[in-house]
Write a protein that binds this ligand. Sequence first.
Ligand code: DGP
Length: 114
Amino acid sequence: MSDCLFCKICEGKIPAAITYRDDEVLAFKDVNPKAPFHQLVIPIRHVASLATADEKDAALLGKLMLVGARLARESGLADGGFRVVMNAGADAGQSVLHVHLHVLAGRPLAWPPG
Ligand code: DGP
């Protein structure tokens, strides 16, 4: 989508600290990290929100989780623990309407989240 921030990152039109890329998925460091390790894993195909995703997105959404876990593992953070979060909709704090999985690690993460 031409006016989508994360589509522009996928297209290289906006710079990002990219940590992983394949044909379907891109991962990069969050510009406003909430933990020592905070990366976003997104589909390259524009999917606006988990709230409006459907069956055709199932494999892609699952892949975001597996890539996120792999990034945590490869950074040596999986044993200590990591958290994946996908905000969906305004009340949950979704500010970018392109599905993104937050992967957070590197400090104790409180529960429940705010
Ligand atoms: P959410 O609130 O769940 O929609 O998270 C959006 C995240 O995206 C937020 O943690 C900050 C991050 N973000 C927003 N704009 C940019 C950007 O231009 N570059 C990068 N790397 N991250 C961004």
